[in-house]
Design a binder for this molecule. Structure first.
Ligand SMILES: Cc1ncc(COP(=O)(O)O)c(C=O)c1O
Length: 436
């Protein structure tokens, strides 16, 4: 018998929550992803396992694209969120451009088929040589420091570039995720516009765009709109531009009680302000955005197997065959990822700590901003499969081989069919670089 339950908010879906389409069902008390049972997926591909759903990625892309009426919009996917080529191909097919931060990211993007002029290269604290690599490859160059701008101008007068500006404010779900304001290392601070003008004039550099990215995991429109006003004020100080790039940061509701970012409303407000700005500026500019999390997070699920269950006077620990080596966000930011017992979705829920298999006390997947915490889910038995939701962005991308643990395989589910898109690492993969 099939019962269809939406996992994020069982039994009680608001129309807003329906907006993120996750193809998850509960069938005979077990979790299915994209028409495939978690158990079958793990039997076929092993444990632990990252699973992505293609339809979710496409739906999120289209939702974003349709939210900015009337503007010439370019969506640069922030490939740092998840650079798997199979996922990049989906976004290429949808018409995405890219935000890349390192030469190897751009190399991979080119191999996948992205055009160089569709890749905005925004490194942080990079040497001139990386910008020169970008120039040779024909990428869009985005510079984020005065000293690098000076060096670049001296070596390559007359070239085109855009500038990353710190608009003096930031926002994000954790201090580490705020990328604007006086405590941020990113961009040229907005009070240094005179210096920028001097350098641009001295080396006859052609400024094509203004870029800013204030943070990530933003669920309220206000900080984005406030930053937009600031960015547009700054943009007005420069003539002859082709685009304004307002970065990424669009959040998704990880917690069941969180609401979706009201994207249609935010997009409409951004578009209105931007079109008014273009009128005042006297030219119709392109608007760029750089979403990472919004496109990828909800498409991905990390699946793991229960190895251990133990009790202390304070907690009940469930030990699994994954950890912060595969999903760092909880340990790094205190981030929440909903945990489901995929082997018994309904049952008496108990308060449990989900602990990883890495030899560190901090290797816990149920964290909050204060540290370790618990989540309620049906008490597992050894061998049960657990699903850690919304792990598609900054999950596998931030993974490591700590404790000489290999990275999991990755699988893409498309219309009820799963295919391997990254092999599970082997011992040979782990030791490849060692010189014995
Ligand atoms: C310059 C830049 N653009 C875009 C992004 C993507 O942010 P998000 O995943 O929140 O959309 C980042 C993330 O760090 C970034 O540094």
């Amino acid at each position: 018998m099939r019962s269809f339950t939406y996992i994020r908010s069982p039994g009680n879906l608001s129309s807003k929550e329906k907006d993120i389409e996750k193809h998850m069902e509960v069938i005979e008390n077990k979790l299915w992803l994209g028409d495939l049972s978690v158990e079958d997926l793990m039997q076929e591909f092993g444990s632990p396992l990252y699973v992505y759903e293609e339809d979710t990625i496409r739906a999120q892309y289209r939702r974003l694209y349709e939210s900015f009426p009337g503007v010439s919009l370019q969506i640069h996917y922030a490939m740092k969120a998840n650079p798997n080529p199979a996922l990049l191909k989906i976004l290429l097919d949808e018409g995405a451009w890219l935000d890349a931060v390192s030469p190897f990211e751009t190399k991979l993007a080119r191999e996948v088929g992205f055009l160089p002029e569709h890749i905005l290269f925004t490194g942080n604290n990079i040497p001139l040589s990386e910008l020169e690599y970008g120039l040779e490859e024909g990428l869009l160059i985005n510079i984020e420091s005065l000293s690098l701008l000076e060096e670049f101008g001296k070596a390559h007068p007359g070239k085109e570039l855009s500038l990353r500006i710190n608009p003096g404010m930031g926002s994000g779900h954790h201090a580490h995720c705020i990328t604007g304001g006086p405590r941020s290392k990113f961009g040229i601070y907005y009070d240094q516009l005179d210096e920028i003008h001097e350098i641009l004039t001295r080396y006859q550099l052609k400024l094509t765009g203004i870029h800013a990215h204030i943070g990530t995991g933003i669920l309220e429109p206000e900080p984005m709109l406030e930053a937009l006003d600031m960015i547009l004020t700054i943009t007005h100080q420069f003539s002859g531009l082709q685009f304004v790039d307002i970065g990424g940061g669009f959040g998704i509701p990880y917690r069941p009680e969180q609401s979706l970012l009201n994207l249609p409303e935010l997009g409409a407000q951004i578009s209105r302000k931007f079109l008014q700005f273009c009128d005042a500026y006297g030219t119709s500019l392109d608007l760029k955005i750089e979403p990472g999390r919004y496109l990828m997070a909800s498409s991905g699920t990390l699946l793991a197997t229960v190895n251990n269950i133990k009790k202390t006077p304070d907690y009940q620990f469930v030990g699994v065959d994954t950890g912060f080596n595969h999903l760092l966000r909880p340990a790094l930011y205190g981030s929440y990822h909903r945990v489901c017992n995929a082997s018994r979705m309904e049952g008496d829920e108990e308060s449990m700590v989900l602990a990883g298999y890495i030899c560190e006390s901090g290797d816990v997947l149920t964290h909050n901003s204060e540290g370790m915490t618990t989540q309620f889910f049906p008490r597992p038995r050894l061998g049960d499969r657990l699903a850690i939701l919304d792990a598609g962005a900054y999950g596998m991308a931030m993974s490591s081989q700590y404790n000489m643990r290999n990275r999991p395989a990755e699988v893409l589910v498309t219309q009820g069919k799963a295919r391997l898109i990254r092999k599970r690492e082997t011992y040979q993969d782990l030791i490849r670089g060692f010189v014995f």
